[in-house]
Design a binder for this molecule. Sequence first.
Ligand code: C6P
Length: 425
Amino acid sequence: MSVTEKILMATPTLEIPTVAEWDVERIREDFPVLRQTVNGKPLVYLDNAASSQVPQIVVDRGSIYLEQEHSNIHRGVHYLSQRATTAYEGAREKVKRFINAREARECIFVRGATEGINLVMHGYGRKFVGEGDEVIISVMEHHSNIVPWQMLCEEKNATLRVIPMNDAGELLLDEYDALLNERTKFVAVTHISNALGTINPVKEIIARAHKYGVPVLLDGAQGAPHLKVDVQDLGCDFYALSGHKMFAPTGSGVVYGKAEWLEKMNPFQGGGSMIRTVSFEKTTYAGLPDKFEAGTPAIASQIGLGAAIDYLNAIGHEQAVAYEHELLLYATEKISAIEGVRIVGTAREKASVLSFVVDEVHPHDIGTILDQEGIAVRAGHHCAQPVMKHFNVPATARASFAFYNTKQEVDTLVHAIEKVIEVFS
Ligand code: C6P
């Protein structure tokens, strides 16, 4: 039986051999998109923080749904609908195990971290945050974890408080302590900064908020792909992640919430699937997770997320994380040795992201020249303008790694940066 057939049958374990030592060349074979040339050069894909690539198994699982199962879920008594429903709910079970949620109904399918954060802002924030209250975020948040809370504070006449950071890109926990008080109603911080790579001490941040009875949301867009996440161990109240950054298709994602919060919260959107009864006088809502999944969801994408989780389990996610860390250390050493290059974000605890600037060269020019060499990096503010302001730069170039990248690719990047410097000197 093929691997995809096994996934189709929702078999919990796959027979993909677990690699004892990280065999990156073998892993790369699983990613068809990596087998191409760009501008006549082998593609070096270092934009994984924006979107990671998808293994063949996820592509195949999507095809199976589209070719053999395509239908709506939770509605039909017919064969196809039941098959699609089983696969969709199977993916939710996989997510539950992957992040160690207590129950699958605590895992709400959303389009990505942005939608997950907005769901919590609407469902929790609009109900429980009022005039004079305070919401705490950090200076290193992605706009997706700034703007919704800002909108909430404007609407409710509440105040947004911001945890500052030092010049290494580490949050100042003493300042956080000073911000927490009896007016604090919510804390929302990123697990890993997409612009700096900082891994935040989120367990500590959560514990301190909980002393005031304040719930905490972690923006896990970068955390879930690059760390082993255990929401029960972290103690977070909410955790938002994006499937397309963890080897699944776009349109997939999850916001985890503790059942006791989700049950108290208002629904996010109204429509089909999220109701128990509807009359013109009154509508009653469905239980979890349906209450938060109005309308037809991204069925194929979420099933793909389930397959991506199967893949991560099969190759060994913790090993993948360890390999990425090694790669980051290697790249940091090589790139910081280039004269004229400054790394932005030098926290002690970092994952997967290397932001840098080159003297006298705009990051967009770096991005363009690297592209000519077949290297994909992101250049810009990375949807984290307050981070750029802190470091007094308009933008950075950012290389972000995944477990299929190699040291040779880092070397190619280093040579290309040297070429950039040559061109502009
Ligand atoms: N960061 C990057 O290149 P969505 O777009 O909903 O999947 O994810 C939003 C988001 C939220 N938080 C963090 C920490 C993120 O990194 C992102 C997405 C991408 O860094 C695109 S801007």
